[in-house]
Structures are given as C-alpha cells and as structure tokens.
Design a binder for this molecule. Sequence first.
Ligand SMILES: [Zn+2]
Length: 129
Amino acid sequence: MFEVSAQQTFAAGHALRNYHGKCENVHGHNYRVQVTVEGESLDETGLLVDFVELKRLMSQVIERLDHRFINDISPFDVLNPSAENLAKYFWDEISRDLKGDVPVRVSEVRVWETDTSIAVYRPHAISRS
Ligand SMILES: [Zn+2]
C-alpha cells in the first residue's frame, strides 16, 4: 500500500454553536489541513497521485473557506464548523473529485486548529484487500 500526503494552510473565523466556553464566541484559527491518499499501485511515472493535482483539489476547497467566516458557508451554516466536521468536509469534497491513472482513495484528513489540537476523519468503510 502506498500513501501520499499533502498539507496546506488557511486562515478563517468560526464560532461553535451549542458550546459553552471560549469557542462559542467568534474567533479565528490558522488551520492546517493534511490529506492522505492511498492506493495499491503506481502509474507509469511511479506516482500514486501527482502532488500538484492533490494540492489543486485541496486549494479548491480552501478557496471557499480562506479569510471567511466559516459559519456563513454551506454546509456550516447548519453544521457546526468544528475541526471534526471540517475534516469530513475535506474528505467528501476531495474524494468526489479525486481521480488518477491508478485507483486511489482519500484515506484520512487531518485538520489542525492549533499546533497542538488535531481532528482526524478516516472512513471505516474502506475495504482493504
Ligand atoms: Zn475555534
């Protein structure tokens, strides 16, 4: 099994609903996102997925969020903009658009809200042969 990961950062504001504490107030984070892709074979060039393509897909999602108030952006106008839900959102969006010359899938998304606070989304449904 091969794995490839790429990281990108963005800055955005949010406020957590149904939460009692500092994070119910509007505040910002310098988010870091890491997307990991896995697959069993490489293309003719020896790549699982082109980093350029993976980062392009990540940037498409980040463009919607960067320097914005996340609570205003669908689905976070309804869904709480927690790091956990952001990780699942990146997984959904990138999984939908990811395709390569060889079978690949997004195995994990990590979202850092701070240097020491990380949320991970990893679907259980991945079947491994
Ligand atoms: Zn926060």
